[in-house]
Design a protein around this ligand. Structure first.
Ligand code: IFM
Length: 447
């Protein structure tokens, strides 16, 4: 379909997203402390091919080149995360000025290029010393997160006005503390660690919102959730109920407390003994008004009831059709559906798609280019879904593609390439893929 059909509001933010551990490298430089992802990735067997983020995309040194890339892509926004352990190497206590200076230079460079810096405070790289005290299991983490937020807000809040407190709390709590696939790598038969860490993460979010507003009164503040459109495999009542439970687990467990001030009662009934300690005032703090919700959308889930099967009596039913190299179904209508549903059910003041994208097996061809028609088509169809949602009244204010550059894809290491820019990890050469050129064209017509 022609780009002429894709019209976005004049003040729309067009951007790409990255995260500190996935791109920066330089893990031992300028006073940065150890993080849980350094520890995890260096533990044999945890990350595919033994990959680590030690060098990653060397963005710590190549950030000026990466700002040039953003300029070539005609983008007006860039979402990045700050590594807590560059600012406070042991998680709390003395501030590392070199860490602040790095992000300060990056922010200045972005502003000089006319690109709005969109800062995520926590994208999973917890300082290891805080993990040694229990990480997100410990309620005291809330105070630590607020203290860190305060330092970042004071250092950068004169220039950064768009803050995301946390990225995808479902992922770092469930994968980190129950399923063991992400740092810190704990497994548990009980869901309780996920519920406790989630409660602390949501409290830390609410407390950070207050801290940010105190220092940067004109900031736009929100949180980013990974949301999945969920369909039942059949219309059998058992499958319909399974879909409701799946939605409750992945989506409503986060949306309800943030926007309604309580956990979803149908889900709470399923886990009475595993519920976290909810203290007076907790739910009010979590439900602090926010300026926007960030949504990361990649795929949908089709689920069926599985009484003897997986946790929660649910199984995700594989679908025929198109999938990315991650094995995720390509389902743009799910983006439209989730945007409409979140707007109808929770009415955030504004919504941003803070991540959307897909990995494919990209190669550099003889012409020195990277032709990635699948990703281009993936993005085009998802942009169309977003445009449809806007036309239907959803207050979508911006769209960030994951990712600016191929990078360290967590437990998959460097085996999955999500970038609109190819990275040769031997030479660190960057090549804008065809999908990036497409995005640049679209952004030029819309910013
Ligand atoms: O790479 C991740 C990112 O860090 C968080 N959201 C999903 C992406 C792709 O898996």
């Amino acid at each position: 379909m022609s780009q002429e059909f894709l019209h976005f509001p004049a003040d729309f933010l067009w951007g790409v997203s990255t995260a500190s551990y996935q791109i920066e490298g330089a893990v031992d430089e300028d006073g940065r402390g150890e993080t849980i992802w350094d520890r995890f990735s260096h533990t044999p067997g945890k990350v595919k091919n033994g990959d680590t983020g030690d060098v990653a995309c060397d963005h710590y040194h190549r950030w000026p080149e990466d700002i040039e890339l953003l300029k070539s892509l005609n983008l007006n926004a860039y979402r990045f995360s700050v590594a807590w352990a560059r600012i406070l190497p042991t998680g709390r206590g003395p501030v590392n000025q070199a860490g602040i200076d790095f992000y300060s230079r990056l922010v200045d460079g972005l502003l000089e290029a006319g690109i709005t810096p969109c800062l995520t405070l926590y994208h999973w790289d917890l300082p290891q010393p805080l993990q040694d005290e229990g990480g997100w299991m410990r309620r005291g983490i809330i105070d630590d997160f607020v203290a860190y937020t305060d330092v970042v807000a004071r250092a950068l809040g004169d220039r950064v006005k768009f803050f995301i407190t946390e990225n995808e709390p479902w992922v770092f709590t469930w994968l980190g503390y129950v399923l063991g696939e992400h740092a810190p790598g704990y497994t548990s038969e009980s869901v309780q660690p996920a519920l406790v860490t989630t409660h602390h993460a949501l409290l830390a979010h609410g407390a950070a919102v207050k801290a940010l507003r105190a220092v940067v009164p004109d900031a736009q503040v929100g949180i980013t959730l990974n949301l999945y459109h969920t369909d039942p495999a059949t219309n059998r009542p058992a499958d319909l109920e399974a879909a409701t439970r799946h939605d409750g687990h992945l989506n409503r467990w986060y949306l309800d407390p943030l926007f309604r001030g309580h956990y979803p009662s149908d889900m709470v009934e399923l886990v009475p003994a595993e519920m976290p300690d909810i203290q007076p005032g907790d739910m009010e703090l979590i439900a602090q008004p926010i300026d926007f919700l960030g949504i990361n959308y990649y795929s949908r889930h089709v689920v069926a009831d599985a009484p003897d099967g997986h946790r929660g009596g649910i199984k995700v039913v594989p679908q025929k059709g198109e999938h990315s190299a991650m094995g995720w179904e390509v389902y743009p209508d799910g983006l439209y559906a989730i945007l409409k549903r979140v707007h109808a059910d929770y009415a955030p003041r504004a919504i941003y798609v803070t991540e959307n994208g897909a990995p494919y097996d990209d190669v550099v061809t003889d012409d020195g280019q990277v032709h990635d028609p699948e990703r281009q088509s993936y993005l085009q169809r998802h942009f169309q879904a977003a445009a449809r949602a806007i036309a239907d009244g959803v207050p979508l204010k911006g769209y960030f593609v994951w990712s600016l550059i191929d990078n360290f894809e967590w437990a998959f290491g460097y085996s999955l390439r999500f970038g609109v820019t190819y990275v040769d990890f031997e030479t660190q050469q960057r090549i804008i893929k065809d999908s990036g050129k497409y995005m640049a064209e679209l952004a030029a017509a819309n910013v």
